[in-house]
Design a protein around this ligand. Sequence first.
Ligand code: SAH
Length: 346
Amino acid sequence: MAENKTDILTLSLGEIKDFLIKKGEKAFRAKQIYEWLWKKPVNSFEGMTNISKDLRTLLDDNFVIQAVQVEYLQISKDKTIKVALKLFDGVIVESVLIPVDNRATACISSQVGCSLGCEFCATAKLGLRRNLSVGEIYHQVVEIMKLANEKYNLSLTNIVLMGMGEPLLNYDNVLKSMEMVSSENGLGMSPQRITLSTVGLPRMIKKLADDKVKFNLAVSLHSANDRKRSEFMPVNKGNSLSELRDALVYFNEKTNQRITFEYLLMSGINDSLKDAQEFAEYCKSFPVKINIIEYNLTSDKRFKKSSNDAFNEFVTFMKSRNLVVNVRRSRGQDIDAACGQLAGKQ
Ligand code: SAH
């Protein structure tokens, strides 16, 4: 059974070399195999065309490549594509390609489902099934990259870890896969084009800082008021906004990077002028960039998007405080591919 064999994507180049030597094979083959795994990634040993049939069989007998298989695609009228990817155990995970002008962004999942229970998010309703492996994260990028090329003749320009799951609760696999995405031995994408989005776990944000990561950090804030935030984001109960602020100050000091805040505007919940004032106050501790996001409807009808007036007033207020504010209107809504809508429904 495939599940019982080691996933070769968890091996370093040195470990592949050791395996080959032990089996009486030439050590230099390791480099070729490593390239087929990361640089021009294939999802089966059969695809490694400059490797002998015998060696491919040997690899196949001992390892699996924990990649993903495209199960189906949905294409939105705004050209956003949602891909359902099938994993080795039959579980489905979703990734999204967002083409805008001549840029193409891959929105990648880090877990199947999510454990954090944010009330407004469709993924939360699934609960957590499991973490994704390094290969499963990496190969989502590979598949989206292929799609961008085939469908729109675009190269992949950005990656956002904003699909299903909480990346900081699958820390090692997320970091390893992004390291390979940016490595010269992998896809060679600049880490500055990668953004990890988190609900904001202070302890893990400090770890990112200590690990001196080079990618961007985005925090789904959605409220700068502890009482309110705890109401719709239960994770806030054990991780207060002041702890989060301390961790972000630390992150900024260690990495010299500014923080991106995501703020989802929900009618009557977090879109008043007072909410904006609290948010602006919270932004004072470090350099920030703000993305104000339009709420996408999920099956939970308690949450609705803000009226245009409330939305515009909120944005105008934030801008009046000299903050860098981007407005992110929703994309791919007609196929449930927008933020917070990934829930594995066909
Ligand atoms: N767990 C991480 C990664 C998921 S990113 C995080 O929370 O950041 C998904 C983004 O979509 C988050 O900013 C999330 O708050 C936002 N989101 C969730 N539900 C949404 C909805 N219904 N409409 C718009 N954005 C939503």
